[in-house]
Ligand binder design. Structure first.
Ligand code: GAP
Length: 465
């Protein structure tokens, strides 16, 4: 159920364009590559870690810093195993898996050609493979009937590896916010409505990970749980959905490559009363970027019952006791960073040469500014560059590069999304002025050396609107 069924072209036709740029320039590397890699885990290189940290910072700014009604939390990845029984994850957090009888490869049923649009009811039908005549997409072999495959990773806590020591790597950050509801509410003295925001690693043993960092087995989530009166949940949901979509637009994603899609009743997760995804037009189709969920009182009521702890809220205004309902916004830091990378990718032609640039929002760009010498053989020029760099670095991520001619240095910075380059030339030694070049317009402005940082900070501020 989409609100908009138009299809439009992705920002980058081939995923490989982004994968190779990411590897070449140090955004993302395959994990453990010298051992042949490990499926569905990716490592962030020097530029990738900056980009992802900036994405998380931008999210935290919108969700915590700029709001009076949301506070942060950093709960453990390992939690009491009963949390996952109570939350329903041990029983229900699973995907439909089929296995090829000849090569023993396993597939997620709903991702097989011919099965992509099946309803949840159809996916659960034990005869569905037979009915649709589905075959192994690799060797054409017969496929088993679907079975549910639980996505949680298990490990053991303590020195004895027995059933009693089994614990799980969290598959979502949300549960940490629910079990801490009382701690946070009482220590921060928040009144309803209020939210708890978390950013952190989650783990899922995905059957068919892929599409680069889109679906991984180890990834980071940015989730916010908003606690409301039961009668306010529906309206609160309608406020958060456009707000979360607008966040991606605020940081540069083209509005036409975003849409919303409501989950059909039989597609809803076990905890959800209503769920709408914000989707992005990836090179491999429209896919979920973030979900907004009305979880009702499912989580707090179940945790209260299982733990024996009273998780009701007392509303002093109405003198009522009730279990709050939860509206959740659940996004992924990797998926968001990936989206910003894809959507900012540009190719144009400058003086007959192909130019690649990332038109990243300055708040997201790994480096805000590069300081470049026009002549690296002149020690006074290099010295002035380093003085400017040192001043910039007090407030911003800035970088120096003198390993090529100026044209090539500009191209390198364009390709990693650096919004501004400061160039020091021979005249700078006389007039104490330098040139600031803009990544997107490629216009240049001459400014006094002592104003460089102010100009950059002002431009960053202006980009925030
Ligand atoms: N607490 C609710 C929850 O976890 P979800 O839709 O399963 O909801 C929320 O996940 C977001 O986490 C997704 O929209 C996506 O951005 C991110 N995410 C989920 N699984 C992921 C994976 N395997 N790899 C990367 N990101 C993932």
């Amino acid at each position: 159920m989409t609100t908009d069924d138009r299809d439009i072209a992705p920002a980058v036709p081939e995923l490989e364009t982004i994968v190779s740029l990411s590897k070449r320039r140090g955004f993302v590397f395959p994990s453990s590559e010298i051992y042949g890699g490990i499926n569905a885990v990716w490592d962030y290189g020097p530029l990738g870690v900056e980009l992802k940290n900036n994405v998380k910072r931008a999210w935290w700014k919108a969700m915590v810093q700029e709001r009076d009604d949301i506070v942060g939390l950093d709960a453990g990845i390992l939690m009491h195993p009963q949390v996952w029984v109570t939350s329903g994850h041990v029983g229900s957090f699973s995907d439909p898996l089929v296995e090829c009888a000849t090569d023993h490869r396993r597939f997620r049923l709903d991702e097989l050609p011919g099965a992509e649009n099946l309803t949840a009811t159809e996916l659960a039908d034990p005869k569905i493979v037979e009915k649709l005549g589905l075959k192994c997409p690799v060797d054409g072999g017969p496929l088993s009937a679907p079975r549910r495959f639980n996505l949680m990773f298990q490990t053991h806590m303590g020195p004895v590896e027995d059933d009693a020591s089994v614990i799980y790597l969290r598959p979502e950050t949300a549960q940490g916010s629910y079990v801490n509801f009382k701690n946070v509410q009482q220590s921060s003295r928040k009144k309803l409505p209020f939210g708890i925001a978390q950013v952190g690693k989650s783990f899922r043993n995905e059957i068919s990970p892929g599409n680069f960092v889109f679906r991984m087995r180890e990834f980071e989530q940015m989730e916010m749980q908003y606690f409301v009166r039961p009668d306010a949940a529906a309206a609160t949901f309608e406020e958060w959905l456009p707000r979360r979509r607008a966040w991606y637009e605020q940081y540069g994603v083209a509005p036409q490559r975003l849409r919303t899609r409501e989950h059909a009743p039989d597609e809803l997760a076990h905890y959800a009363k209503k769920a709408v995804d914000v989707e992005y037009r990836f090179p491999f189709g429209w896919k979920e970027l973030e979900g907004v969920h009305n979880r009702g009182d499912f989580d707090l009521s179940r945790h209260a019952e299982a733990s024996g702890e009273n998780l009701e809220y007392f509303d002093p205004a109405t003198e009522e006791h009730f279990v709050p309902w939860i509206v959740e916004t659940a996004g992924g830091a990797d998926r968001a960073a990936f989206t910003f990378l894809i959507d900012s990718y540009r190719e144009d032609e400058v003086k007959g040469e192909r130019r690649v640039s990332l038109a990243l929002h300055p708040d997201l760009a790994p480096y805000k500014v590069a300081v470049l010498p026009l002549l690296k053989k002149r020690p006074e020029i290099v010295e002035l560059c380093h003085a400017i760099l040192a001043d910039l670095k007090r407030d911003l991520m800035a970088v120096y590069d003198d390993t090529a001619a100026i044209g090539k240095l500009y191209r390198r910075q364009d390709e990693i999304g650096t919004p501004w380059c400061v160039t020091v030339d021979v005249d700078s030694l006389e007039d104490r002025a330098v040139t600031i070049r803009d990544r997107d317009s490629m216009t240049q402005e001459r400014v006094p050396v002592e104003t460089v940082k102010r100009v950059i900070l002002d431009r960053m501020d202006a980009a925030r609107g």
